[in-house]
Structures are given as C-alpha cells and as structure tokens.
Design a protein around this ligand. Sequence first.
Ligand SMILES: Cc1ncc(COP(=O)(O)OP(=O)(O)O)c(N)n1
Ligand SMILES: Cc1nc(C(=O)O)sc1CCOP(=O)(O)O
Ligand SMILES: [Mg+2]
Length: 207
Amino acid sequence: MPYQIKQNLRKYFIMGSQNCNDDPVRVLESAVKAGITAFQFREKGEGSLTGDAKLELGKQLRAICRGYHIPFIVNDDVSLVDTLDADGIHVGQDDQSVDELRNLFPDKIIGLSVSNASEVAKSPIHLVDYIGAGPIFSTRTKSDAKSAVGVEWIATLREQFPNLPIVGIGGITTENAASVISKGADGVSFISAITMTEDIKEAVRQL
Ligand SMILES: Cc1ncc(COP(=O)(O)OP(=O)(O)O)c(N)n1
Ligand SMILES: Cc1nc(C(=O)O)sc1CCOP(=O)(O)O
Ligand SMILES: [Mg+2]
C-alpha cells in the first residue's frame, strides 16, 4: 500500500454530486489543490447519480486523485473498487462485511464506521485499516445518521486502540475540527465543510 494511512486521514474529504451546488469535478479539483489528504466517492442519497452517469463521474474523480497522489476510496459500492481501481472502500455496520471485503481485497484500504461500544465489540477491527468514528456532531448531510456521540467517543476509542488510525466524521467544521484532533483522532472527515463553503482553499487550510 503506497499510502501512510494516518497521514492520509488528516483532511479526508467525502463527496458525491448530490452534495455539490457546483460541478463536482471542479469541487474536488479545488479541494485537492487546497490540500485534502484523501477522498471518498460517496454517490448516495437523494439526487445522486446511478449507472453509467455514476461510473463516468467516478472515473473523473478517480483520475484527479491519481494525479495528486491521494487515496481514492469508494463508499459502499463493492463493484466500483476494481472498476475504478480504487485504493480502498469504506463500509458501515450494515454494508458488506469486513471479513468478506478483506478476502476480496487483501491489499486495499478498508475503512469501517463505528458509533458505539457494541459496534466495536462485534467488528473485526483487526482487519480494517482505519475506523470512521461518528457522528461526532449533529449533521444534516446524512439523513439516516445516528445521534451525535460527541468528541469523547474519539477519546474512548483512542484509549482502547492506541495505534489504530481513527478519523472523526459528522458535523465537522473549521470551528470544531481541532477539538476532534485534540481527543486523539488522526484526522477529520467532512462533506459540507467543503461543499457548502464559498472559499474551498480557506476552508481546507482552516480544517
Ligand atoms: C470516514 C467515514 N466514516 C463513516 C462513514 C459512514 O459510513 P456508513 O455508516 O456506511 O454510512 P454511509 O456513508 O454509507 O451512508 C463514511 N462514509 N466515511
Ligand atoms: C457520511 C456520514 N457518515 C456519518 C457517520 O456518522 O457515520 S456522518 C456523515 C455525513 C457527514 O457530512 P457533514 O460533514 O456534512 O456533516
Ligand atoms: Mg455505508
């Protein structure tokens, strides 16, 4: 794996066309130029693309990440991993199992969401490359998001897993990102902090 996962989690941008008011290709280009360290293609939810249109957008976004040497991770959609030659996949508790994914993709990055202790207890944490912890703050971006768990969830995970790469997610903004890092996260992941800002360069700098 050519990436140093902890460093690459530092400013982890997630996005699909449904999140963007502007052209998603331009949004990602601005974000990578501004210094994001990883990208997740999450074409999901109301207004999202499907079929060939999703694939075509994925190809364009994948090419941008390749050009800037940042990991391109797909959300949920296992079929896209090989088709887009993604660097990895992010799944949640209700998606394809990590055990199956690790068998399918021994050398890819696998990220898993965990929101509470019981999810941790039933997850094969030893098989994943990083965990997404959240929602740390309340979010309006994901309609089925759980209730906010707060920054203490990061501290709890860090105590239990001193070396595991951890990224916070959910409601993370330029104002609160530092509080997530201060509790032990390796990085922050965010959608609206970039897709809803007027100034992507400045938002990435502050994040
Ligand atoms: C980095 C990161 N963390 C958590 C999630 C959420 O994944 P999931 O619970 O599977 O929800 P969806 O994103 O699939 O709606 C994530 N995508 N990325
Ligand atoms: C995709 C996603 N997953 C979450 C989780 O808690 O697992 S919260 C979330 C949405 C993050 O968007 P924003 O940065 O705009 O709040
Ligand atoms: Mg999922």
